[in-house]
Each structure stands twice: as C-alpha cells, then as structure tokens.
Design a protein around this ligand. Sequence first.
Ligand SMILES: *[C@@H]1O[C@H](CO)[C@@H](O)[C@H](O)[C@H]1NC(C)=O
Ligand SMILES: *[C@@H]1O[C@H](CO)[C@@H](O)[C@H](O)[C@H]1NC(C)=O
Ligand SMILES: *[C@@H]1O[C@H](CO)[C@@H](O)[C@H](O)[C@H]1NC(C)=O
Ligand SMILES: *[C@@H]1O[C@H](CO)[C@@H](O)[C@H](O)[C@H]1NC(C)=O
Length: 411
Amino acid sequence: MLPSATGVLVLLGSFLIATSRGNLSHDRSQPTTQDETVVAGNKVILRCQVEDHEESSLQWSNPAQQTLYFGEKRALRDNRIQLEKSTPYELTISIDNVSLADEGEYTCSIFTMPVRTAKAIVTVLGIPRKPLISGYKEPLKDGQTVRLTCVSSGSKPAAQLRWHKGGKPLAGKDPEVAEDSNGKTFTVTSHVEFVVTKEDNGVDVSCTVHHASLPNMATSTTLKIEVFYVPIASIEPVPAYPREGDNLKLLCEGQGNPVPQEFMWRKEGIDTPLIESQDNILNFPYLNKSDSGTYICSATNIMGTSEAKYNLAVNDSSDAVHLNPSATQKDASPVAHSSSKYHAIIGGVVAVIVFLLLILLIVLGHYLIRHKGTYLTHEAKGSDDAPDADTAIINAEGGQTGSDDKKEYFI
Ligand SMILES: *[C@@H]1O[C@H](CO)[C@@H](O)[C@H](O)[C@H]1NC(C)=O
Ligand SMILES: *[C@@H]1O[C@H](CO)[C@@H](O)[C@H](O)[C@H]1NC(C)=O
Ligand SMILES: *[C@@H]1O[C@H](CO)[C@@H](O)[C@H](O)[C@H]1NC(C)=O
Ligand SMILES: *[C@@H]1O[C@H](CO)[C@@H](O)[C@H](O)[C@H]1NC(C)=O
C-alpha cells in the first residue's frame, strides 16, 4: 500500500514539474528534422533545429553512424558533404551528387543530458535508363502479328512503361519487374503484341518510361515500323479527256510497299498482254477510235498483284469539236463534268437575265413615281381653273397636253 502511494506521489510531482515548464509533451531541447527524397545525382539538404541547445552542439551522422559534422566541424572527408548553416539552434548540411548508396537513416544528435536524437530518412530515387525496344525484324508484312519488348533498368522504385502507336495508346501486357544486380534498382520489361496493317507503314511505335524522378520529361524510344503490302493500282489518263488524234498516256500508279517494279497491261477481251508497254505507262501516240475498250493494268511487288481498269471511249474529233448541248447531255462517262459546266453556263445566263429585269424594274419604278408627281401637279392646276368638278377632271386628264388643249374645252 505504502510503496504504491509513494509512486503516485512521485508521478504527480513530475507531472507538476512538466506542466510548470509549459507543455507536457514538448521538449524544447529535442532536435527536429525532416525526411527527404532526392533524385540520384542531385543535392539533398538536411536541416536540424533545436529551440533550447542547453549549451551543447548539434551533430549530424550518416546511416553508417559516422559523424559528418559536429557543430561547424567537419568530421568525414567527403567533398560532396558541405556545411550550409551552423548556429547554436541549427545545423544544416548538404550532400551533393547523391548516389543510391547514400540512402538511409541520418541522425541529428544533441549531447544534452540525456542525449537527444532525431532521425531523417533519405530516400534516393533511381533514374530509369532510356528504354530499349527489341523484337522488331524489318520489314513486317500486312496482317502479321508483331511482338515487341521494351526494357528500362535503373529505376527506383520500379518505373512504368507505356506504349504508343501513331500517337495512340497501345495496351501492353502486365510488366515484369526484376531487381538489378546492385540490389537497389529495378529493371522493368513490357511486352506488346498487335497485328500490323498497311496503314501502319511508316508509323511510329514508342515506349515511354514514366517515373517520379522524371516529373517533366518522360524518356522514350521510338521505332518507325515498315510494313510491306500488296500495291493498290490506279490508272490516270493524260490528258484527262482524250479525243481522237491525241497523244494519250495511261499512267498506272502502283502505290505499295515496296514500290511495284513490275507492270503489265492488257486489253479486255484480248488474252495476251500488250507488248507495247511493260512499265507503268501505256502510250497511244495518235488516238484512234479503234483504240476504244477497257484497259487493265496490273502492278506487282513481292507481296502480290493488284489490278486497275480504265474505260477508253474515243470519239470522232468532229463530235468533240461540236459543242452541241443536247449531245453533251447524252454523254455517258464524263457527263458529270460537262453537264455541271453546262449548268453553270445556264445558271450564269439566268442570273444575268434576272439582273437585267431587276434594273429594268427599278428604272421603270423610278420613272413611274416621277410621272405620277407631274400628273398630280397638273391635276391641281386643272381643278383650280375649272368652274366645276367635271371640268376639273377633264382638265386634269388633258393636263399633259398643255394650255392649248385647255382652251379647246373652254370654247
Ligand atoms: C506542446 O507543444 C507542441 C509543439 O509546440 C504542440 O504541438 C502541442 O500541442 C503542445 N501541447 C500542449 C499540451 O500544450
Ligand atoms: C557523381 O557521382 C558518381 C558516382 O556516384 C560519379 O561517377 C560522378 O562523376 C559524380 N558526378 C559529379 C558531378 O561529381
Ligand atoms: C484508225 O484505225 C483504223 C483501223 O486500224 C484505220 O483504218 C484508220 O486509218 C485509223 N485512223 C487514223 C486517223 O489513224
Ligand atoms: C465520246 O462520246 C461518248 C458518247 O457521245 C461520250 O459518252 C464520251 O464521254 C465522249 N468521250 C469524250 C472523251 O469526249
């Protein structure tokens, strides 16, 4: 009973002493610090402060318990570690070009009675290396499945990898994360798989690494993919609307990858290829009606062959020269072109007629208004002179003819 009562008394006593000092939990001689996160290669600043130094000096030591600074005195020979500020209330040091090995718990101590310490945990971020893309064996073929791998090492914590194709996100598989041989950083690997089409030819595929150590500038690696595909043939006539006697050239465009080197021309209804031309131009030095027909060009590259057709209808030069509107209307193929031109002409003529009519109307209207004015003046004059209403009307009607007529009525 008695010992416990003493205990209570002692506790009460210490409580009273503590409260008399102002704050139960606040120890003014307790140094304070702050945890820091720094990107490898950068500088970290460690600040230690105390309100009541009790005539003792502050000290910083590293995770290996080596003293770095005791007050303003340097204790470890490492040029990266510098004194930033030393007062009785503060000891601030900096570590430049921080490496992953610098990571750990730093301690600030003050040798009061008892010794008080504060911990500052320094976290060092490992910068991921530029990602590397592998698995691309050029060239790819239209419809082929491509598997690419992107790897970036050196990140801490593990970085994120993202894929893009032609600027659009491309879903990768779950990344693999492995610890680097230094035991501190990580290597991240991401795979992506997609089927290429001819639209992917020349498109950029990129792998970007995102990491806390690269807040503003994500590093990425870009690959331009090449896709082989069957050509897409098309025929263009020069001139566009050939007539008899023209020198007509049919150009076969063989858009493809690789660019087709092999062209062949045929005329529908004839089995054997035209020997005149084996490149992409079919030449008619002097176009004749008998050249009319359907021409077929086939363009070939290593991926395959495609064909294009062109309907050649040669008209008599006399027909062509004849600008007979009804004949133009009946035209079959270039109808769209010539009739739209024809419509435009008609439209123009109608517009001009409407315009002229409008002008005529305005002029006429103007004239009528002026005429009416004259008429009213004459009416007024006539009615003033007239002895009665009937004469006034008569006078007014004949107003335009003048005073000679007026006299006639009076007689
Ligand atoms: C004691 O001081 C600390 C730091 O100034 C403060 O956060 C805390 O609220 C104080 N407690 C009391 C009981 O006054
Ligand atoms: C930073 O430290 C690394 C080793 O951790 C060293 O290779 C490099 O030269 C140092 N850079 C500077 C600017 O001191
Ligand atoms: C067009 O071809 C026919 C038959 O091949 C030929 O008889 C005629 O002379 C040719 N006309 C011209 C203008 O070359
Ligand atoms: C030739 O005449 C036909 C029928 O009149 C027409 O369909 C065709 O467009 C004309 N061709 C040219 C090149 O004028």
